[in-house]
Design a protein around this ligand. Structure first.
Ligand code: ADE
Length: 254
């Protein structure tokens, strides 16, 4: 079972986000367990302070080492063994699907969510194993980013998704975006659904999906394909799509 602890000013924000759907069911199934460590509970003064002014001045406040130390010690006791400590920060390495797979292989993870201007650097240097960002923008705290990383990782745990294939055939699983999906409603006529999907020819359906996924990736996220090893067939799919920019096509590996 994957054990996840969260050290944060407001860990309940993380828990609430993960109560529903796949992550909530996976927790009920015993695939992962969770414990929050609210920083204010580990404050060392009567006012329960967790932050202080930055050294040498400047705007905002910085989370102090002492409550973080005490919270980490409590988290370690809960885990019963060493956990990987992941600090959520816009300064970190971007979260990717392969990073989510790596986290899903861990047994013990501790997420630390910053608030205010950040966390005392000495504490980061001593305790943090990885710094992760969920994108180039700044949120008011690391709780929601921690929930994002935990969601991305928990849904990859074996048995978390109803149909395990859904993690195989989805965006980023093979470095491409997903192909377009259409719902079959019992009363609907099927109008507007591409004809390739309607005739039961499995080879044609597979070909259509691969082509659509490739062209969608090319149109929306060409950066994902620049270093990909495209097959001759895939190269031809791109060449035959008239909407694509020739200058970008020429940057493809042949
Ligand atoms: N904390 C605030 N903004 C963040 C971001 N973009 N990623 C991770 N943690 C954050």
């Amino acid at each position: 079972m994957l054990s996840i602890s969260v050290i944060a000013a407001f860990p309940e924000l993380v828990e609430h986000a993960l109560t529903f759907g796949v992550t909530g069911r996976a927790r009920e199934q015993g695939l992962w367990r969770w414990q929050g460590f609210p920083l204010h509970d580990f404050a060392t003064d009567a006012r329960r302070s967790i932050d202080a002014r930055p050294a040498a001045g400047g705007p905002g406040m910085v989370l102090m080492p002492a409550p973080l130390d005490a919270a980490l010690e409590a988290a370690r006791a809960w885990h019963g063994e060493k956990s990987q400590v992941v600090f959520m920060s816009p300064d970190g390495a971007p979260l990717t699907q392969s990073r989510a797979h790596e986290f899903a292989c861990c047994e013990h993870l501790t997420f630390v969510a910053g608030r205010y201007e950040g966390i005392d650097q000495r504490w980061i240097d001593q305790n943090v194993d990885a710094i992760v960002s969920i994108g180039d923008y700044v949120l008011s705290g690391g709780e929601l980013p921690a929930a994002v990383v935990i969601d991305a990782c928990v849904r990859l745990l074996p048995g978390a998704l109803g149909d395990d294939d859904s993690a195989t055939f989805e965006s980023f699983a093979d470095g491409r975006l997903d192909w377009p999906q259409y719902a079959i409603a019992p009363s609907a006529t099927g109008e507007g659904i591409p004809p390739e999907l309607a005739n039961g020819d499995h080879a044609a359906i597979e070909h259509w999906r691969r082509r659509e996924a490739l062209l969608r990736t090319w149109k929306r996220r060409p950066d994902l394909l620049i270093n990909a090893n495209l097959t001759l067939e895939e190269r031809a799919m791109i060449d035959s799509a008239s909407t694509l920019d020739n200058a970008v096509k020429n940057r493809l590996k042949s």
